[in-house]
Design a protein around this ligand. Structure first.
Ligand code: GLY
Length: 297
């Protein structure tokens, strides 16, 4: 494996691939910077990549602007069912929850599952596990986004990828689902290889976007294969995202973030907005963007 400089770390987070709503620009930018601050504190303190990813995602789950945790979208029955996945690149451990109700931080429940044999728990089983592990119960109303339902499906899952000072990589996702989704529907977000993946020998990746199409294309595993072949992260993500409309229809879009084992960051999207912030040990302050073309100015 590439030998990184002692203490080198990198963190990239996203607040979702979504339609452009200028009224939410500032809250998105502030939110992803808050998420970076939370993960950065872990990494600068010598913490590991898994804890940094959890800290960043939990921060976004607490902010109603993002469709995860507190900003979740009601399903067709008016209920809230959330999904989250977390992967540790050290040992390929995965903890994931699908269609979980009444917890403030699905990513923390996923974290609790990480040391267990099971990879994914869903619905009542996930909730029972959360209770057994002491995760606080919250009423459904606490999780509902205080915004009007949108005609189009909005898939602004949040995600994070981190590389810690020990060379460990972790990736995670969290989503509040789609407005009006079927009860029990699960997209790409809790599934390793579809919405996220991490392997210390290669890198880590996390996606947001059209969950069914991302799942059908197994986007995360495609990016990992490209990285393993030596492709740079940005073209790797852009190339796999380009498959979305041809597979899922003209509206199928998304965005992805990545860190390679040698600390190279990359992100790409074909959605109107993809709120991304990142920071490495070499930067004094984080950078935050709502679209790729902002970064290129
Ligand atoms: N990408 C999130 C979802 O489709 O549920």
């Amino acid at each position: 494996m590439t030998q990184l400089k002692e203490g080198a770390w990198a963190l990239i987070v996203h607040g979702g691939a979504k339609p452009d709503d200028p009224a939410e620009h500032e809250a998105n930018r502030d939110g992803i910077l808050e998420a970076i601050a939370a993960g950065r504190a872990v990494l600068e303190g010598g913490g590991d990549a898994v804890d940094a990813v959890v800290a960043s995602i939990a921060t976004m789950e607490a902010l109603p602007v993002f469709n995860a945790g507190r900003g979740s979208a009601p399903n067709e029955a008016g209920g809230i069912e959330m999904c989250s996945g977390l992967m540790d690149g050290r040992n390929l451990a995965v903890g994931a929850v699908g269609a979980i109700r009444c917890v403030a931080h699905p990513v923390e429940v996923a974290r609790s599952l990480l040391p267990e044999k099971e990879v994914l728990l869903v619905a009542d089983g996930a909730l029972e596990f959360a209770r057994a592990k002491g995760h606080e119960a919250v009423p459904e109303g606490f999780l509902k986004a205080d915004k009007p339902a949108r005609a189009e499906a909005v898939h602004d899952t949040v995600g994070a990828v981190a590389l810690d000072g020990g060379g460990n990589i972790a990736a995670g996702t969290s989503t509040g689902g789609l407005d009006g989704q079927k009860v029990g529907r699960i997209g790409d977000s809790p599934m390793p290889g579809l919405g996220y993946y991490a392997d210390n020998h290669i890198g880590g990746v996390a996606f947001s976007g059209d969950g069914e199409t991302i799942a059908r294309l197994a986007l995360a595993s495609r990016v990992m294969a490209r990285l393993e072949d030596g492709e740079a992260p940005e073209p790797a993500i852009a190339q796999v995202l380009a498959r979305l409309p041809g597979t899922g229809g003209a509206d199928a879009d998304g965005g992805g973030i990545c860190i390679t084992k040698d600390g190279t960051l990359g992100w790409a999207h074909n959605s109107p907005i993809f709120a991304v912030a990142y920071m490495t040990h070499e930067m004094d302050t984080p950078k935050a963007f709502l679209r790729k073309d902002e970064e290129q100015k």
